[in-house]
Design a protein around this ligand. Sequence first.
Ligand code: ZN
Length: 312
Amino acid sequence: MNTTTTVTPLGGDVYEIDTRMAGYSGITAGYLIMSDRPCLVEPGTSGSAPVVQAALRELGVGPDDLATVVVTHIHLDHAGGVGDIARMYPQAEVVVHEKGARHLADPSKLMRSARMVYGDALDTLFGELKPTDAARIRAVEDTGTVDLGGGRRLDSHYSPGHAKHHVGLMDSHTGDLYVGDAAGMYIPETADVKPATPPPDFDLDTTLESIGKFRSLGPQRLLFAHYGPVTDVDDTLERSAEELRVWVDAVRDARDQGLDLDHAVAMVVDRTKDRYAITADGVDPELAAKYEVLTSAESNVAGIMHALDKNA
Ligand SMILES: [Zn+2]
């Protein structure tokens, strides 16, 4: 096993864990809140589960110590490892939005549609989401609370737009807001903010409302699933909203011109690439490719097209 640590302390008894989706480092972050009732946010993929287990062991969290596992939403890069982690940590309660709960108990439908999207790449990217005993799953609605012990709480806030089963989570002790993918993707190497607008749920107005909700919570720090902590909260959320508008405008133009998906993607990439340091000339192309695995321009354009078709 790789002996390089995947754990980074972030202060406030919060530890970032690089969950190493498909073996990549630095694209999927899980977080352990090391409170009286330890809580894991974003377990990552099924393939991530051994990585997470090793990180928790390093942090002194044994099989019976983990109190809660929370997912911001049930996409496989966030929740694919829930079934594995639930088996490794038999005391842990699994917390998820009500629109995602049944898919964690019975993942067959979710896995079938993921297989249609990803084909054979599904196995290397994510692996198989295994079922979790329904009795261990707690569904939250518009808001919900995870007891972290010692008076500390993690409050969930429904934040659809990227996905209809998405929640953000605010730590009462640190003011950390776990944003999942609702505010897009933050690329720490270049400080870029890029949208994450996959089909079939993406909706611009809903996403902007969720970003507004996040702003109104007044977080001290944003913890991105992709990737890591950001303290420049207001500017980052503002940038996130702006990027969404730019991409939706570009896709709308492509759609008005009657372009097919491939040509629309080419046009949108060309029109937006100068906005991001990561796609500028001279930047490590491997770095850009790594993030493209996670959120491809094609998936973003397809998601926005789908939303425009729906609203037409
Ligand atoms: Zn994601």
